[in-house]
Design a protein around this ligand. Structure first.
Ligand SMILES: Cc1cc2cn([C@H]3C[C@H](O)[C@@H](CO)O3)c(=O)nc2[nH]1
Length: 231
């Protein structure tokens, strides 16, 4: 039998706050037939054997943050290791950004220290043992030197979140979005938190949809060209 050589796809993780424009970015890439687009498996988190774990996490975060993040980690790993024949794979968030949410829950005491240790041990083992190689993290504030991050102000994402009105998020405060924004900034903008698994691109998520699409196009060219450089 001819063994099918599985070539690791050039993987891009789109990162950013709730409501920062990731889904819009992903839909822009759905038009390319050389790219597998993997959205965040929110529907899985809403139905774990009939239980809405996302809702439980927001309703009783002290009790359910660990359980939720542990399931998120599993579902993100399944996406990281998803086999596709396409040369490009774009993922919404990653096990890398899972650490941002865990970090925030640690800082706000929603996770016990021992819960953080267990989540981090799982993460460390997975990184060493699973095939997770991310060639480029796309985040959001376009600067041409090829370091980009989907950076959207908490006020803007708060309004978008409210407009989208995802029922589980109706209790999410502007303060929480500020916390997540700051941790994403530390990780991807100041680059003082965690270590970066890959070079970063940034797009200004505060722009109008038209301006965002222009930035997505620039980003797409950077990404598809980058692969050429790589080969
Ligand atoms: C990797 C990762 C994604 C992710 C999303 N979420 C929440 C934020 C949004 O309300 C919803 C969909 O992104 O899930 C979370 O609490 N922890 C997460 N960790």
């Amino acid at each position: 039998p001819t063994c099918k050589l599985y070539k690791r796809p050039f993987t891009v993780c789109i990162e950013g706050n709730i409501g920062s424009g990731k889904t819009t970015f992903l839909s822009h890439f759905k038009q390319f037939d050389n790219t597998t687009v993997l959205q965040e498996p929110v529907e899985l988190w809403r139905n774990v054997a009939g239980i809405n774990l996302l809702e439980l996490m927001y309703t009783d975060p002290k009790r359910y943050s660990f359980l939720f993040q542990s399931y998120v980690q599993l579902t993100m790993l399944q996406l990281h290791t998803y086999k596709s024949a396409m040369p490009y794979k774009i993922m919404e968030r990653s096990v890398f950004s899972a650490r941002c949410f865990i970090e925030n829950m640690k800082r706000t005491k929603l996770l016990e220290d021992v819960e953080v240790v267990v989540l981090e041990d799982w993460y460390d083992w997975c990184i060493q043992n699973a095939n997770i190689v991310t060639d480029l993290i796309v985040i959001s504030y376009y600067i041409y030197i090829n370091v980009v991050y989907l950076r959207t102000s908490p006020e803007v994402v708060y309004n978008r979140m409210k407009t989208r009105a995802r029922k589980e998020e109706n209790s999410v405060s502007l303060e929480y979005l500020h916390q997540l924004h700051n941790i994403h900034d530390e990780w991807l903008y100041d680059q003082t938190l965690f270590n970066l698994p890959a070079p970063v691109l940034v797009i200004d998520g505060n722009k109008s949809l038209e301006e965002m699409v222009i930035q997505f196009e620039n980003c797409k060219n950077l990404i598809f060209n980058k692969k050429e450089e790589k080969n």
